[in-house]
Design a protein around this ligand. Structure first.
Ligand code: ZN
Length: 253
């Protein structure tokens, strides 16, 4: 099964397939948001709205462990995530799609592991699944690679923070990508993200975008994003040939 963890406004993908069921999954960490199960291109897909219904959970309050555990319990092997981000580079523009290959974690209070009673050091030399990234890259017009900086939020970043993120190699900045990617790896699922750039981060561009412009960009790109996910799903092979499924081998002390 393929899992989608959607940010705001990508529910449209569910309406493109044949819906089968809606389910809330019980996990040791709490209940998942309502997940829509549907069939698309002959494949079983599970769609989870990251922020739950009506955008009720802000980024720092999302129950990331319940979300990822629920996907595993459903039998999901690959997770395609969508995230809205700000750009740290003048060459990465609002409206672009970035497929990150690495991340830097500046979150502070989130539960970042399933293994609190065992010592498991998961390898993140390639934090995002390369096989899944290749599939997405061949499915549309995207920027191949980038470093995702994850902040705790919910406040936006200061200009000094943005300058630092840029200096240490960050490409884009957001609040929801981590610990999702790590938790998926801990449960041996593939994970890749399509990051939609909604704006330049503070102090990167000399001209500020208005809120109206940001909404206009996100609204216009919503259709392209759903199309990119749709083509990616159609291209996914039945069998996985990446290393994600063996992530726990040799990771436990
Ligand atoms: Zn993989």
């Amino acid at each position: 099964m393929i899992g989608i963890i959607g940010g705001t406004g990508v529910y449209e993908i569910v309406t493109m397939g044949d819906e089968i069921d809606k389910r809330v999954i019980k996990t040791p960490y709490g209940n998942s948001p309502e997940i829509s199960l549907f069939q698309l291109h002959g494949k079983r897909v599970a769609f989870m709205p990251r922020h739950a219904k009506g955008h009720s959970n802000p980024p720092h309050m999302i129950n990331y462990r319940a979300n990822i555990y629920a996907m595993k319990k459903l039998g999901v092997e690959r997770i395609l995530a969508t995230n809205a981000v700000g750009s740290l580079e003048r060459s990465v523009n609002p409206g672009d799609f970035v497929i990150p290959h690495d991340f830097i974690d500046f979150t502070k209070i989130r539960k970042g592991s399933f293994y609190d009673d065992r010592t498991v050091h998961i390898d993140v030399t390639e934090p995002y699944c390369n096989e899944l990234r290749s599939t997405i890259k061949s499915s549309g017009d995207v920027i191949d690679g980038g470093v995702y900086v994850c902040t705790e939020g919910p406040r936006f970043e200061t200009p000094a923070e943005i300058q630092m993120f840029h200096m240490i190699g960050g490409t884009i900045v957001g609040m929801t990508g981590i610990p999702e990617a790590v938790l998926a790896r801990e449960l041996e699922m593939c994970y890749a993200s399509i990051c939609t750039v909604s704006n330049y981060a503070a102090s990167i561009s000399p001209t500020n975008l208005t809120i109206d412009e940001v909404f206009e960009i996100m609204d216009r790109k919503k259709h392209d994003l759903v199309k990119l996910m749709d083509i990616s799903i159609s291209k996914m092979s039945e069998e996985r040939s990446c290393h994600c499924m063996g992530a726990l081998k040799g990771a436990e002390i």
